[in-house]
Design a protein around this ligand. Structure first.
Ligand SMILES: Cc1ncc(COP(=O)(O)O)c(C=O)c1O
Length: 406
């Protein structure tokens, strides 16, 4: 995390959050560019000997300034829609470093990706391969594709972010792929460039990855295709709370090295959460505090539309005061949003240090799947995003005006 207390005040890097909060309408996201860069460099260092193409997963944080900062470090992009593709291009990610994933790309989206000559389109069904071949033929192009395999591996993560099990909608199961190989090889306007896989998100053990690599080895041998690339997706788990387990990437990199030697291919990764997860904080203001029964409800101005993970995945993100008061403790506290839904709740504490109405709080580790998952539910405007860059405060997305939604 990029957050620390100096005295009573919470800081992001060396910037006092209370000063930013006083000047900007809450809620707002604030990111540490220093942390994002550190995360990217550490990911890249772990896999130094693999020399992968790192394609930042834009769905985890789709702010153009953030994608652009990562592009400057050499990152490519993993995109899942035409919108994300156009954002990546706007952020100056080279088309030769863009991977297009997704189970249901439309004909229009595919046409744009083919026209822009993205590096790879990862297909997830037989029909998609046929459609890309047809469009490419009409456009007189040869399109590079990857085949996303469903390896039938349980990532042992939250069921709602698990994608590698055989009964999930993602990828082609091994037997479907092998049956399809003959037809696939006959397509004149496709170049089969990669085998691809993504088994889920917030994965904290390397065992599911080990199993996946073994499945891929078998498939590569059976298909008799010389894949130039293997795209191993993302999913690297981070620790949301101090005691959380996180993935041992060093050990995983050893596995990937061995795998790479066996099949002599280049590697692609699509990390999202690992790069931005702990670099973002959502600052919110306490509107009211009230006691219902035994619970003290702390009602903040951020709602589930601004930050969806707790409502969607039951994820727990610590909420800390922007100024710590050294007063008594309140018991049975629940932080909730203002939205008329009982799932609009963030976290409960048995004991919490005293806090006042109108003071600011920080929801921690929200850099991934925070802002990118937000919505206009309850006709609430999308909030602003701020980047701390070398000590300077830069608004990288303006708060939406209500008139823009109406
Ligand atoms: C195809 C694909 N690649 C990469 C990612 C990024 O995953 P993560 O943010 O867990 O690294 C996702 C997210 O689910 C994905 O669907």
């Amino acid at each position: 995390m990029s957050l620390t207390y100096k005295g009573q005040n919470l800081y992001i890097d060396n910037t006092k959050i209370n000063s930013i909060a006083k000047k900007n309408i809450t809620p707002f996201y604030v990111y540490s560019l220093k942390k994002i860069k550190e995360n990217y460099q550490s990911f890249s260092n772990y896999f130094k000997s693999v020399k992968p193409l790192i394609c930042f997963s834009v769905k985890s944080n789709s702010n153009v300034s953030i994608i652009s900062e990562l592009a400057k470090l050499g990152s490519g992009a993993d995109v899942v829609s035409e919108g994300e593709l156009l954002k990546a291009l706007k952020a100056k990610v080279k088309p030769s470093k863009i991977v297009f994933s997704g189970v249901g790309k439309t004909e229009n989206e595919l046409r744009t990706a083919i026209r822009k000559k993205v590096f790879l389109i990862n297909i997830e069904s037989e029909s998609e391969a046929r459609l890309i071949n047809k469009i490419s033929k009409k456009m007189g192009q040869i399109t590079s594709i990857g085949i996303r395999i469903n390896p039938g591996v349980d990532a042992n993560t939250l069921s709602k972010i698990s994608t590698g099990k055989i009964d999930s909608k993602f990828g082609l199961p091994k037997s479907n792929f092998l049956n399809f190989c003959k037809e696939l090889k006959s397509f004149k306007n496709l170049k089969i460039k990669a085998l691809s896989v993504h088994i889920g998100s917030q994965i904290t053990s390397i065992e599911p990855y080990r199993k996946t690599l073994n499945v891929l080895l078998k498939i590569i041998n059976l298909s008799k295709i010389n894949f130039e690339y293997v795209d191993l997706g993302g999913g690297f788990g981070i620790s949301y709370k101090d005691r959380d387990r996180k993935i041992n990437i060093r050990n995983y990199s050893k596995l990937v090295n061995e795998f790479k030697k066996k099949i002599n291919c280049k590697i692609i990764f699509e990390p999202g959460r690992f790069i931005v997860g702990n670099a973002g904080t959502l600052i919110s203001k306490i509107i009211f505090i009230k006691k219902n029964g035994n619970t003290s409800f702390i009602i903040i101005d951020a709602g589930m539309n601004d930050f969806m993970r707790p409502a969607l995945y039951n994820a727990k993100h610590d909420i800390v005061p922007v100024i710590k008061l050294r007063k008594k403790v309140i018991s049975n506290v629940e932080f909730v949003g203002p939205i008329c839904e009982s799932t609009d709740t963030f976290i409960k504490y048995k004991n919490y240090s005293y806090i006042d109405e109108n003071s600011f709080v920080a929801i921690t580790n929200v850099g991934a799947y925070g802002s990118s998952l937000s919505s206009n539910y309850n006709t609430r405007p999308l909030v602003s995003e701020i980047l701390i860059k070398k000590g300077k405060i830069k608004v990288i997305r303006k708060r939406q005006k209500i008139s823009e939604i109406i």
